[in-house]
Design a protein around this ligand. Structure first.
Ligand code: FNR
Length: 344
């Protein structure tokens, strides 16, 4: 398992962890939730369950697409899927295109299904792949849904990156011909309302706006360049908060998953207040798994979910839907952003 692509998977994990930052200072900090001194609720009143498309989840939270495709990342998928099973939340595997090219790598992804035969698993691949490749990726892990990543900024900085980003027609075909839900996802650069409108116009019903503020693939890919001369693109893209605000301009909304810099339960609550249907964490989960072990990561995640529930109580939200009623105040840069982008 030493192909170039396998090596890249290992590098992504190492560099993501190397560039892990605590905590983000440019996204969720600019959003303040207004404190409610009299919630008039007990913790037992709080219902954290949600329906995400056709999936019933105990919390609006999932483990985001990261990895697979090498020996080391196969072990990570093994751990991530044990974690997903322990907390009973969905998990996406990382891009499976490497295993479509090199089928002997399929086990580094399918380990997730082996560990959790009835869990909700999302397949993942680039938006340029054929219907046949998409079906192979889905079958590989008996996926419940397929994430198609759109990663133009990452490919631009990636030394061996693609240069053809004509994806919409292919996405349209995949959505029409596959019999599992398709989620179109960014990889940490955010999405505008226009992007989501274009996606909806070709039949997409679920997006993952994956914004800036957490793992930064412009930085990671720049590090992998010999010359490292695209450092100036670090911080490219819309933050997760800006992307969620963009969604306010849509008349009809798709299912919205928010990822990108979600670390604390408070980040998650803020994303849901701003209109996300579910949040997803990549870098934060990876950080815990790498710095501790599976058992400690399970305990961390269980406590995280308990705190999420406590915060719902604190803001007076009896159920997840009620979070959108929570009053919120924005720092001036976000007010400026909304004004210039015509967001009300
Ligand atoms: C990723 N991400 C990612 N996304 C994707 O669609 N396919 C992939 O193969 C990968 N690979 C990958 C590897 C590693 C090590 C990390 C940390 C992340 C991107 C990920 O799903 C997410 O969109 C971003 O990382 C932003 O979320 P966080 O990390 O800030 O929570």
């Amino acid at each position: 398992m030493t192909s170039k692509q396998s090596h890249r998977k290992d590098e992504h994990v190492s560099l993501a962890e190397k560039s892990y930052q605590q905590p983000d200072d440019q996204g969720f900090k600019q959003v303040r939730l207004i404190h409610e001194s009299l919630p008039e609720l007990a913790l037992t009143d709080i219902n954290t369950q949600v329906k995400l498309g056709t999936f019933q989840l105990p919390f609006p939270v999932m483990i985001e697409a990261m990895t697979g495709g090498s020996e080391r990342t196969g072990r990570l998928n093994d751990l991530l899927s044990q974690l997903a099973k322990a907390v009973n939340l969905p998990m996406a595997v990382g891009s499976q295109s490497v295993a479509i090219r090199e089928p002997e790598l399929a086990a580094t992804f399918s380990v997730a299904r082996l560990n959790d035969p009835v869990g909700i698993l999302f397949a993942n691949m680039g938006a340029n792949h054929s219907l046949k490749a998409a079906k192979t990726a889905i079958d590989m892990i008996q996926a419940n849904a397929l994430q198609l990543h759109i990663n133009a900024a990452q490919e631009t900085v990636m030394p061996e990156g693609d240069q053809d980003f004509r994806w919409l027609k292919n996405i349209q075909q995949l959505v029409a011909d596959l019999n599992v839900p398709v989620i179109v996802k960014e990889v940490g650069f955010g999405m505008t309302a226009e992007t989501v409108q274009q996606l909806m116009s070709v039949g997409v019903q679920a997006v993952d706006i994956s914004g800036r503020g957490g793992t930064d693939f412009a930085k990671i890919e720049n590090f992998r360049r010999g010359d490292k001369d695209m450092a100036y693109l670090a911080d490219w893209g819309l933050t997760t908060v800006e992307s969620l605000l963009e969604m306010r301009r849509l008349k009809t909304k798709p299912v919205i998953i928010a990822s990108g810099g979600i670390k604390t339960p408070l980040d998650a609550i803020k994303a849901l207040v701003l209109g996300a249907d579910c949040v997803a964490m990549a870098g934060e989960v990876l950080h815990h798994l790498i710095q501790t072990d599976l058992d400690a990561t399970i305990v961390w995640f269980q406590e995280w979910l308990q705190q999420f529930k406590q915060l719902m109580l604190l803001v007076g939200a009896k159920n997840v839907g009620a979070l959108t009623q929570v009053p919120v105040v924005f720092d001036q840069p976000l007010v400026d952003y909304m004004q210039q982008r015509g967001i009300e």
